[in-house]
Design a protein around this ligand. Structure first.
Ligand SMILES: [Zn+2]
Length: 139
């Protein structure tokens, strides 16, 4: 990731601030200006394509992916077709997911019980983290 500067004041104190239309949005801490980075848009798009396909494989619906990634369910379904992703059936387990900010994530992982009996992946999602968990023997 290249170093970003605010387009308005050129300051480097930039933080991630959500995702708009599959693009990372940033906030300049100095002048409070929100912006997305269009120059590297293509790269970012591919990043979110991968993420969308991951979520699809985990059993999330197109509409759920739309809510999380911020691209329309039609686009997600087009990606699935384009990359010919086939999802195995998830007969005996349910992936569940949660969106946490960093403090919530740390709090969640403190409890060892949350880590037992289930696999999970944590993926960065804008300024938050998404935790996908498999609860194999629960309904
Ligand atoms: Zn600024």
């Amino acid at each position: 990731m290249e170093l970003l500067a605010c387009p308005k004041c050129q300051n480097n104190k930039i933080v991630k601030s959500g995702i708009i239309n599959a693009r990372q949005r940033y906030l300049c801490k100095k002048c409070n200006y929100y912006f997305t980075v269009n120059k590297i848009g293509k790269k970012i798009d591919n990043y979110y394509v991968t993420k969308a396909l991951q979520l699809y494989l985990e059993g999330l619906s197109y509409r759920e992916i739309e809510r999380i990634i911020g691209v329309s369910h039609v686009t997600v379904s087009n990606w699935v077709k384009e990359f010919r992703v086939k999802k195995p059936s998830h007969g005996d387990y349910h992936p569940t997911y949660r969106i946490y900010n960093h403090a919530e994530l740390v709090e969640y992982l403190k409890n060892k019980e949350q880590l037992s009996g289930a696999g999970m992946i944590i993926t960065e999602l804008g300024d938050k983290f998404m935790l996908i968990k498999w609860e194999r023997f629960k309904n």
